[in-house]
Design a protein around this ligand. Structure first.
Ligand code: PXP
Length: 275
């Protein structure tokens, strides 16, 4: 197997954090050990992932505690540990000592992380978390909507990075809604400008996809024809964190090979019986 993605990285392009949560989602659907998200992280690094991102949710619906231990033991790339601001999660992060931490809001009922963290509304709590995580050498980012008051609160909390939630832009792109896309892009651009003026490193993620994402998408905003391209083109973005559509894309680009592998296995088994 040869990989080419790492050769495409230039120092201008945003780093790519590959979120492996959904490999664990598929594994957990059957309750066994396959597909292993830690093996997926190893493949992701070989394929050019700059960072491995995972979210240990309070309900452990995808990544589990033992995955975190194995990721730390076996992955050479920086780990980006996403978690809610709870005592339990802060304790696990302190024991794990990942390179990066992204603090996110979490509600059990949500399907995915739907909105940004309310940093402003819980500034002392988030500030304490940032101090604790800085003490273990972790680079902290706070996942928020591109709201000026929240961006200012990130700087006040002492986090060096902010990750702006691109979910609304991604949804507008899936819907082919040009006006909403333009409005969301402008909001992101203004947010990035403010964040940079406050000295924050700026990341983005959520819902980002490719235009050939194997469903019929209206032809929008050429030449930046995917939500990933729209966000990656923003010069201030230094990191993208992508999970769902990337793992979905992997299903499609890998499907033909997987079928060939299973057919070949069946042929080999017959040949062995015949021999
Ligand atoms: N960034 C953060 C902070 C997230 O919580 C998530 C979802 O876990 C992502 C990025 C990736 O979102 P998606 O899976 O939609 O690409």
């Amino acid at each position: 197997m040869t990989f080419s993605a790492s050769h495409l990285t230039t120092h201008d392009a945003p780093l790519l954090g590959v979120n492996i949560d959904h490999v664990a989602t598929v594994r957990n659907a059957r309750g066994g050990r396959f597909p292993d998200p830690v093996a997926a992280a190893q493949w992701a690094v070989e394929g050019g992932a700059d960072i491995i991102t995972f979210h240990l949710r309070e309900d452990r619906r995808h990544i589990r505690d033992e995955d975190v231990v194995r990721l730390k033991a076996s992955i050479g790339a920086p780990l980006n540990f996403e978690a809610a601001v709870t005592e339990e999660m802060l304790g696990i992060i302190e024991r794990t000592r990942p390179e990066h931490v992204c603090l996110v809001p979490e509600r059990r009922q949500e399907v995915t992380t739907e909105g940004g963290l309310d940093v402003l509304g819980q500034l002392p709590r988030v500030t304490d978390a940032c101090v604790r995580l800085a003490a273990i050498g972790a680079r902290v980012s706070l996942f928020i909507g591109a709201d000026p008051a929240q961006i200012e609160a990130v700087a006040q909390a002492g986090a060096p990075c902010v990750e702006l939630h691109t979910g609304a832009l991604a949804n507008a792109w899936w819907a082919g809604d040009r006006l909403a896309m333009q409005a969301e892009l402008q909001r992101l651009q203004a947010g990035l400008k403010l964040a940079r003026s406050l000295g924050l490193r700026t990341h983005a993620g959520h819902g980002l996809a490719l235009s050939e994402s194997w469903v019929a998408i209206p032809d929008v905003m050429q030449p930046a024809s995917s939500s990933t391209a729209l966000v990656a083109a923003l010069p201030d973005i230094t990191e993208l964190h992508i999970g769902h559509a990337l793992i979905g894309q992997a299903v499609f680009v890998g499907l033909k090979q997987a079928i060939a592998d299973f057919k070949a296995e069946a042929v080999r088994a017959r040949q062995a019986v015949a021999a």
